[in-house]
Each structure stands twice: as structure tokens, then as C-alpha cells.
Write a protein that binds this ligand. Structure first.
Ligand SMILES: NC(=O)c1ccc[n+]([C@@H]2O[C@H](COP(=O)([O-])OP(=O)(O)OC[C@H]3O[C@@H](n4cnc5c(N)ncnc54)[C@H](O)[C@@H]3O)[C@@H](O)[C@H]2O)c1
Length: 387
């Protein structure tokens, strides 16, 4: 029986992935095998020696002491891409809101007064100010072609738009998931010059802070629309206000309200709603529960932020998993300890990532507990466990 401690409410669809005959799930478990959480701040939490995995239903892990977990050989799982569709849909909504001037138009309609006949007349007189434009044939520039950017790019193609993308770190796997109609921009600057809509889907790191600044806004087409559903700090808000005032930007649609945008109808600032759908919450919970279960039951690692992906179907009756520092002769010492116990290695998978590595060993014969103890005592081994 595996004991799971939940530190936040986790969607029932996710918890249903942990069968009651092998998993006991509670929000009051003193000695958990795994923790599931969303935004609970784990930094001051006492870590029980029984803990083997942490699963975050969501992407960011700054509420989790990842380094401390790594030193104990505990993978921290997250759910990249589980909320991508939710964000994509809001970006599509954002393009339509800007193209059809919905913000100013709603405001205009709200301020009408008088009899219904007077309102109808005012509508007919005033509506020309809110005439918009349609999406087919317009160019959509997608900056960052990760889980969200790819879906947005493909949606743009489906809407009949010309789509250009820029992502120097695009993976082969990612490229396979992109419509062949998405064209590659050679630089961010080229993308900005070419696009009627520019949408940002990069992480906020030092290199992307103020990525969209006054200089780059000046390259954009007159009347273009900028969308930021990534992070506030990626776009220089002051420069955006300037670009709107000068008419360079037709509108700015983002997930980050700020004082300076208040009462500017050409800015639509939503209250960080990108991932706020019931489906996104369910997807995150299902994904993280599946990953944690696979790790506890089979030692497989998928989507841990601190260890490499290592997963393999069981090739033999017994499996040993080992997390260790990525230093020379670890595999030699592990093989030697198993050989000394007359254990034949049926299959072995080892991968490293940065300073750490993870090994799955399938064996034909049962592994005596003292062998696990001996492996755990090898300097550099962070965790060894039979699964
Ligand atoms: N609004 C919300 O509620 C919400 C929800 C989820 C994610 N997000 C934000 O969206 C961002 C993107 O999410 P994702 O799931 O697509 O992430 P991801 O990691 O799958 O993709 C990010 C992509 O950006 C690329 N990239 C990094 N630096 C770049 C640069 N300078 N120029 C061009 N490309 C660059 C990377 O190579 C990667 O392909 C996240 O980092 C997060 O901050 C916001």
C-alpha cells in the first residue's frame, strides 16, 4: 500500500488514477510515500524519511524545495503542457477581442442611455467607430513554440492565418507537432516586422525579461496586436503603453492587469485566466497522478524537473532503481555490488541530467534487502529502492 499526502485539493479525476487497493490518499498522512500538491508552499514542511516522490499538478515548482528533494533522490514531477489547450483558447479569444474592438465596443454599449429607441439610434450612429477586421490572411507571429505556442500556431493555421514562428530551442518532437504551414522566422525581429498579431509563449528567465521592449515594438507593423499570456515581465509595460498611444499597436491583450492599463480600452488585461479551466485542472491532476503512480510502482520517471526521463517496460521479475550523483564509476560500483551478491543483470537503463543520474536495473532473481542497503551506502548514491 502506497501512502499519498495531498497538500491541496487535487481533482477527483486525478485521484481516481490511484486505485484504493494499492493507494491510500489523505491530507493527514505523517509518513507519505508521495506528496501531491498544487500551490502549497512546501519549503517549511518537515520531509518524512519515507518520501519518495513529489507531484505538482501544474507547471511551476518554486513552491517546492527542489534542490533539497534532489539531494534525497526524490523526483519532483510536474505537468508541462497539461494546461496548454486552456491557454491556446484564451489566446484565440484575445485575437478576436482585439480584432473586433470588443473592449471599447462593450464600453460604448454600456454607457448608452435613454429609451430603447434612442439607444438603437445611438448604436447605429456610433457603431462605425468599432468596425473591426477578420483573421484569415492576417499574419500571426508566435514567439516560443513550446506546448502552448505550438497549439496557438496550429490554431492560427486552422483559422486561415499566415503563421510564422520563432524558437531557437524548438525540439525535434516539437517540430513534428507543428503544422507544416507554420513558417520559420529567422529572428525575433523578422517575426515582429512580418506580423499583424504577435503572441508570446516563452518562459520568464533573465534572457526573456523585457524581451518585447520599445526598440522591438518600433519594428512592429502599424496597427498590430500584441498578446502576452506568458508572464508579465517579458513585456515592457511602459513601452507598450507608449506604442498604444502612438498608434503603433492597435491593442494589447494580456493576462496581467497593471495600474497603468486601467481605463485604456485598447488594453484587455485579464486576471491571469490562462490556465483557469476545469479541464486544465483535471488534465494536470490526471497527468501528475499517472506519473507518480508509475514511479512508485515501476520506478519510471517522466516529467521530473530534477532527474532525467527514464522509463522502460519491466523486462524481468525484479527491478531496482537508483538515483545518484553523475560522477565517474557509479555504474561500475553498482554492477560490482550486484555481482558480489550473484545477481544477474537482465537489463539496465541509465541516464544523466546535469549533476544527477538515474538507473533502472531489471534482475531475474530477488534482491536481498542487504544489497539495497549496500547500494545505498555507496558514496554518491542518493536513493536505492526495490520496486
Ligand atoms: N497565462 C497563464 O495562465 C499561463 C499558463 C501556463 C503557462 N504560462 C506561461 O507560458 C509559458 C510557455 O508555456 P509552455 O507550456 O508553452 O512552455 P514550454 O516550456 O513548453 O515552451 C517554451 C518555449 O519557449 C522557447 N523559448 C525560450 N526562450 C525563447 C526565446 N528567447 N525566443 C523564442 N523562444 C524561446 C523554448 O525553446 C520553448 O520551446 C510558460 O513559461 C509560462 O510562463 C502562462
Amino acid at each position: 500500500m502506497f501512502r499519498i499526502l495531498t497538500l491541496n485539493n487535487i481533482s477527483p479525476l486525478g485521484l481516481a488514477r490511484l486505485p484504493a487497493d494499492t493507494f491510500h490518499v489523505s491530507d493527514k498522512e505523517a509518513e507519505p510515500d508521495a506528496i501531491l500538491l498544487r500551490s502549497f508552499k512546501m519549503h517549511d514542511l518537515r520531509i518524512a524519511p519515507t518520501l519518495k516522490a513529489v507531484g505538482r499538478a501544474g507547471a511551476g515548482v518554486n513552491n517546492i524545495p527542489v534542490d533539497a528533494m534532489t539531494k534525497r533522490g526524490i523526483p519532483v514531477f510536474n505537468t508541462p503542457g497539461a494546461n496548454a489547450n486552456a491557454v491556446k483558447e484564451l489566446v484565440v479569444a484575445g485575437m478576436l477581442l482585439a480584432a473586433r474592438n470588443i473592449g471599447p465596443a462593450l464600453h460604448f454599449a454600456d454607457t448608452l442611455s435613454g429609451s430603447d429607441a434612442e439607444i438603437s439610434k445611438a448604436v447605429e450612429d456610433g457603431k462605425k467607430d468599432y468596425a473591426g477586421f477578420e483573421l484569415p490572411g492576417r499574419t500571426l507571429g508566435v514567439v516560443g513554440l513550446g506546448a502552448i505556442g505550438r497549439l496557438v500556431a496550429n490554431a492560427g493555421v486552422a483559422l486561415g492565418m499566415q503563421v510564422v514562428g520563432f524558437d531557437p530551442g524548438l525540439t525535434v518532437e516539437g517540430a513534428w507537432q507543428l503544422s507544416s504551414n507554420v513558417k520559420k522566422a529567422n529572428s525575433l525581429e523578422d517575426l515582429l516586422r512580418a506580423s499583424d498579431f504577435v503572441t508570446i509563449h516563452v518562459p520568464l528567465v533573465d534572457a526573456t525579461r523585457n524581451l518585447v521592449n520599445a526598440e522591438r515594438l518600433a519594428l512592429m507593423k502599424k496597427g498590430a496586436v500584441l498578446l502576452n499570456f506568458a508572464r508579465e515581465g517579458i513585456v515592457d509595460a511602459g513601452a507598450v503603453s507608449g506604442a498604444i498611444k502612438s498608434g503603433r499597436l492597435h491593442g494589447y491583450v494580456c493576462d496581467f492587469p497593471m495600474n497603468q492599463f486601467k481605463n485604456d480600452r485598447r488594453v484587455i488585461a485579464l486576471p491571469h485566466l490562462g490556465a483557469s479551466t476545469a479541464e486544465a485542472e483535471d488534465n494536470c491532476a490526471v497527468m501528475v497522478a499517472d506519473q507518480v503512480r508509475d514511479f512508485l510502482e515501476h520506478g519510471n520517471i517522466r516529467n521530473a524537473v530534477n532527474f532525467p526521463d527514464v522509463a522502460s517496460p519491466r523486462e524481468a521479475a525484479h527491478r531496482l532503481v537508483i538515483a545518484n550523483a553523475n560522477v565517474p564509476n557509479m555504474l561500475g560500483q553498482i554492477s560490482e555490488a550486484l555481482g558480489a551478491a550473484h545477481l544477474n543483470i537482465h537489463d539496465m537503463v541509465n541516464r544523466s541530467r546535469g549533476d544527477y543520474a538515474y538507473t533502472l536495473v531489471d534482475l531475474d532473481d530477488p534482491v536481498p534487502p542487504d544489497v539495497v542497503g549496500r547500494l545505498s551506502s555507496i558514496p554518491g548514491v542518493l536513493m536505492a529502492r526495490l520496486v
